[in-house]
Design a protein around this ligand. Sequence first.
Ligand SMILES: C[S@@+](CC[C@H](N)C(=O)[O-])C[C@H]1O[C@@H](n2cnc3c(N)ncnc32)[C@H](O)[C@@H]1O
Length: 259
Amino acid sequence: MDNKNDWKPELYLLYKNERTQPSIDLVNRINIDYNPENIIDVGCGPGNSTMILAGRWPFSNFIGVDKSASMIEKARKDYPDKKWIAADAAEYETETEFDIVFSNAAIQWMPGHDKLIKKFYSMLSGRGVLAVQIPLFWNMHAGRAIKSVARLNRWKEKTEALENLMTIHNADFYYDQLSALFIKVEIWRTDYYHILDSQESIVEMLRSTGLKPYLETLDEPDGLLFEEKVLDEIKRFYPLQSNGKVLFPFQRLFFIGYK
Ligand SMILES: C[S@@+](CC[C@H](N)C(=O)[O-])C[C@H]1O[C@@H](n2cnc3c(N)ncnc32)[C@H](O)[C@@H]1O
């Protein structure tokens, strides 16, 4: 991946609290009464999710895997005592058996979730747990705003293929995949009401994630116009509160499988 299109850890971490709360909630829900030996964080980004795992299980061995060179570099710089690997998680092979395979806000960027879940299952030890969170991006007005702006004639040919870039299924799909493999499954959804300073903040938050592929595909003038049009849509759906803040409800689906 060239540098221009790589993830921007600093931009991503502008909303670190909002992005990390789901990891805190998911880690807290993992119900095990032993000290996990090996834990892998798939799509670990700059290591924020990994460090939540490390907070609960400080004596475990951690591997963070991420496809982005810039994210891995940032994780390595901030948390040098953990093991960070730059690799495509779908292709990553290891002899290590993991007591926890964890992934927060990452598998939506990976295709083939039926195969992927089987792969994660195969990486688990006999007592292992798979714990995943995935944003339900297209359920949200902000996601739909991006989709509808992308369909405008001005750039629709260039952006068409991006509609399928994210893979996100519903709870029924994940339940069927998990219940075929695991003896116990938990699945739930949370709407996080992010309290942001402005409607522009919603665009800023998405610029390093959901908007990213669109801005990479379009040249500078079109990219700016694209963002402006998304902002217009966002203003329609996310009004200012009495104190000038904006509520940005963000839907996230969680699942845990116990082997
Ligand atoms: C939204 S960030 C999540 C980072 C972190 N887990 C968190 O909770 O904030 C998504 C990460 O998934 C990574 N990613 C996307 N596709 C990947 C793949 N095929 N293999 C490994 N990492 C991938 C991206 O590089 C990015 O760092």
